[in-house]
Design a protein around this ligand. Structure first.
Ligand SMILES: *Cc1c(COP(=O)(O)O)cnc(C)c1O
Length: 360
């Protein structure tokens, strides 16, 4: 039996809102009285057409984007887009990149593989990625600058986007609709759905329509063809798009991004306040660079960290192990994590500290 009171702090795939799980459960045997589950319906049916178009509208509305942007529902993860985006929109094959750690470097590698010249225009590498670098207007002509808004592994985030004349392309995978940004001079906003908007198998790309031009890329990478086919050049991930739409509706009903940001600040604030005052646990990130969605911390002692992760699990606080590249712990507090989850975590951290701080 699944323990229903588990709080799941996984970085992705991650928890879904309880009401969305319940909706899926009740829709499952027969979607909209069709006698078929949503996993069984045709992507060419009116039933699905309605879902995908609703999801598009809901996404644009939540991001506060006009219909100058096309929304594509794709597969292959953000990882595919590291190459597909420059192949489609980097007209001179020369882009800039803000180096904020693991995922930004993956984006750089993939763009290079696609034959793109990539200049690192800012980096926090020398600070072990414990902060986010200030981005100044580069002198050279670049098609765009790739920036990762939230660094899932390092626990850092931009709380404001740099104001540049060169357009931005944003990997928002781990804070998609978790906080508001002014999307000014932004060419593309993209990310996998499995962290904040649903389940694995769906990648969402919002791209400025005037950048979608004729090119000779193969169909599955070709934004113009994909856009003309309303993201249905081949069979789309129907269930993942349906789930994303439920999450988008849930977020709209709750008050949208401004409201969820407020809640995300309360949840993460509770945890950061504890860490700032802790005798045992430490968060290495510079204060103005802190992520709202991925909070990294450790005791500085691997054995004690492992003991914490084990005991937390016994207390129904699961998936707190940090990414293998940085070790320690990571609590992902995405939109679906209720305040009570953050509270339960902090209560347990306090107890663990009382029992263990002398042994450090
Ligand atoms: C998880 C993650 C990715 C990789 O996403 P996939 O959908 O698994 O390809 C890319 N960028 C960021 C910021 C991430 O958190």
């Amino acid at each position: 039996m699944k323990n229903m009171s588990v709080y799941n702090f996984a970085a992705g795939p991650a928890m879904l809102p309880a009401s969305v799980i319940n909706q899926i459960k009740s829709d499952l045997p027969s979607f909209n009285d069709s006698g078929m589950s949503v996993m069984e319906i045709s992507h060419r049916s009116d039933l699905f057409e309605k879902i995908i178009n609703e999801a598009k509208t809901n996404l644009l509305e939540l991001l506060n984007l006009s219909d100058d942007y096309e929304v594509l529902f794709l597969q292959g993860g953000a990882t595919t887009q590291f190459a597909a985006i420059p192949m489609n929109i980097a007209k001179t094959k020369h882009i800039g990149l803000v180096d904020t750690g693991h995922w930004s470097i993956r984006a750089q590698e993939e763009a290079k593989r696609a034959g793109i010249k990539v200049d690192t225009i800012a980096s926090s590498k020398t600070d072990q990625y414990h902060n986010i670098p200030n981005v100044k207007q580069p002198q050279q002509d670049l098609d765009y600058i790739h920036l990762t808004t939230n660094n899932t592994i390092e626990g850092t985030a931009y709380n404001k986007l740099p104001n540049l004349t060169t357009p931005l392309v944003l990997d928002v995978s781990s804070n998609f609709l978790a906080q508001s940004y002014q999307f000014k001079n932004v060419d593309v906003i993209y990310g996998g759905a499995q962290k904040n908007i649903g389940i694995a198998g769906l990648t969402i790309v919002a791209v400025r329509k005037d950048l979608i031009t004729e090119n000779d890329l193969p169909g599955m990478w070709n934004f113009q063809i994909l856009s003309k086919k309303n993201s249905m050049l081949n069979t789309p991930p129907v269930f993942a798009i349906y789930t994303a739409n439920l999450v988008l509706k849930w977020l709209k009903n709750l008050g949208g991004v401004a409201e969820i940001e407020k809640r995300n600040r309360q949840k993460s604030g509770l945890l950061y306040d504890f860490l700032d005052n802790s005798k045992l646990f430490n968060n290495p990130v510079k204060k103005d660079s802190r992520s709202l969605t991925n909070i990294v911390f450790s005791t500085g002692n691997d054995e004690l960290d492992n003991k914490f992760i084990e005991q937390a699990k016994e207390n129904n606080l699961v998936n707190l192990k940090g990414h293998r590249l940085v070790g320690g712990m990571r609590a992902s507090l995405y939109n679906a994590m209720p305040y009570e989850g953050a509270e339960a975590l902090v209560d347990f951290l306090e107890k663990f500290e009382r029992d263990n701080w002398r042994t450090k």
